[in-house]
Design a protein around this ligand. Structure first.
Ligand code: SF4
Ligand code: SF4
Ligand code: FES
Length: 505
């Protein structure tokens, strides 16, 4: 630890900590553009100047490490004047784009102008015009006029994604960001440059012009795109539509970053991809009614002591809590023993970092938790091959599928769907319309999507992380736990007629 003094107040901070971060942790903002805690120090923007005791010149805080006795001031007139006029230099050639800029509402220039600027501009020169809406690749667009040349994006591609895709070209007020030979960026980490761009120069093709950021709320969650378990914020509007995912800092998992494949997974939660209504044979119905139909068929088989004809296929993306509810109800309470899945042990054994950064080969977010839950509840997992075989031989006449969110288990899905005959009553619990469409004969019950769920996931390294969830975008889509609670409730009601039994006999 080190005792430092900022603006006359003493603070105990970690020795060696960056002064910008140490000040922020203690509620003192030191304005900065080029500094980013996940990148090397560039000392380019000069916005972070402070007065240091014993030093006649202003110093940049981003290049200062905390040591015992360090004394700085951020509140003197000298500092404030330096920051104010430095800001004007940054804005010399910046267009007045705010009304049409995607960054409005979360822009470093807007925020600092209101806090530290508010000057009457003394510039009389014409602004230098530069290229706008430059396509930098599949994911991002650059507005060269808005760029303040902080270099964060360049350092990101050099130090983190290691593509060295971006550079600063030309000199003086002609300097611009660009890609090598104008080649498009192709890597899986492009949108991180949008996150760290302090102004509206880099924008995401997917998000730009879609929504004003001040209409968005956020919840904390965990990405479901692979076994890494990157920590994220889900940005949604009124709980009805999700617009984007942003990385949430976690030093043990993803630090400040996430991949572009993971970012796109929010699309699975929105209306056009969702099963929003329960359905059977193309007829929509309330979820409660679908659960009654399901419970009646289950009761019939149990009453006929044919629980061995009930099979359950599970996707390894269910949360630990969902798995617990499934195993408690079906295995412990009702004695069902036929559980099937993909070969999760093999998926876990073959899992590895694909690109040396974050994205992993196992595209399920909870394979480790899945294997742990099967151990805890002593579940013997059988393969999809075995399920298909048992369906062929009519050994399974009631199949429950807790379906995958995206098209991850597409092959398994289509093999199971093809093996279903009219002798098997099938129930599909899923959030996804495309999955429901691959089982047209099943009783489809809409569940929450990954980003709506609360619960925990265990990542490839055995770290169990919480998803706060709390979103519920469609009235009829329920959490797996609520679906199972309603099923149990219906199950406990007496079988109202022998109609189902007769149909089964
Ligand atoms: S594009 Fe953004 S992050 Fe890159 S140098 Fe310009 S202002 Fe900085
Ligand atoms: S690395 Fe995996 S968990 Fe992280 S953002 Fe990408 S898909 Fe999501
Ligand atoms: S943040 Fe210190 S020089 Fe840019």
């Amino acid at each position: 630890m080190a005792k430092i003094t900022i603006n006359g107040k003493e603070f105990d901070v970690d020795a060696g900590k960056n002064l910008v971060d140490a000040a922020e942790e203690n509620g003192i903002e030191i304005p900065h553009y080029c500094y980013h805690p996940g990148l090397s120090i560039a000392g380019q923007c000069r916005m972070c100047v402070v007065e240091q005791e014993g030093n006649p010149k202003l110093q940049i805080a981003c290049n200062m490490r905390c040591s015992e006795g360090l004394k700085v001031r951020t509140d003197t007139e000298k500092v404030q004047e330096a920051v104010k006029w430095n800001l004007e230099f940054h804005l010399i050639n910046h267009p007045i784009d705010c009304p049409i800029c995607d960054q409005a509402g979360e822009c470093g220039l807007q925020d600092y102008y209101m806090k530290y600027g508010k000057y009457q501009s003394e510039m009389r020169e014409e602004k230098v015009l530069k290229e706008k809406a430059v396509d930098l690749g599949e994911k991002i667009v650059l507005d060269k006029e808005r760029c303040i040349l902080c270099g964060r994006c360049v350092r990101f591609t050099q130090e983190i994604s290691k593509t060295a895709a971006l550079g600063i070209y030309n000199r003086g007020d002609r300097s611009v960001i660009g890609t090598v030979n104008d080649e498009p960026m192709t890597d899986n980490y492009q949108v991180n440059t949008v996150d760290i761009c302090p102004v509206g120069a880099l924008t995401s093709k997917d998000f730009r012009f879609e929504q004003r950021v001040w209409f968005l709320d956020e919840v904390e969650s965990i990405c479901g795109g692979c076994s890494k378990g990157c920590n994220i914020f889900v940005h949604h509007k009124s709980g009805k539509h999700i617009y984007r995912l942003k990385p949430r800092y976690n030093s043990q998992v993803n630090e400040h970053w996430m991949c572009d494949i993971g970012r796109d997974t929010y699309k699975n939660s929105n209306y056009d991809r969702r099963l929003t209504q329960a359905r059977l044979g193309g007829i929509e119905m309330p979820t409660a009614e679908a659960i009654q139909i399901w419970a009646a068929d289950l009761k019939t088989l149990v009453a006929m002591e044919q629980t061995d004809e009930i099979g359950i296929w599970l996707s390894p993306e269910l949360t630990n809590e969902e798995l617990e509810s499934v195993f408690k109800l079906f295995a412990k309470e009702w004695g069902i023993s036929k559980f099937f899945s993909e070969n999760v042990s093999a998926i876990v054994a073959q899992d590895e970092a694909i690109d040396g950064l974050l994205y992993r080969k196992d595209h399920y977010p909870n394979s480790a938790g899945f294997l742990q839950a099967t151990k805890t509840y002593k579940i013997k997992l059988d393969s999809t091959d075995s399920l298909v075989d048992q369906l062929d031989k009519t050994k399974i006449r009631h199949l429950i599928i807790f379906g995958p969110e995206a098209d991850r288990a597409k092959t398994d899905n289509s093999r199971i769907a093809n093996a279903l005959t009219h002798q098997t009553f099938s129930v599909l619990v899923t959030a996804q319309l495309s999955v429901a469409e691959s089982f047209p004969q099943a009783l489809g019950i809409p569940s929450l999507s990954h980003l709506e769920k609360s619960g925990s996931l265990t990542n490839h390294a055995g770290l169990t992380q919480e998803m706060k969830g709390g979103l519920k975008m469609f009235r009829e889509a329920l959490s797996t736990q609520d679906i199972l609670a309603k099923l149990e409730e219906e199950y406990r009601k007496p079988l109202d007629s022998d109609r189902k039994l007769e149909a089964r006999l």
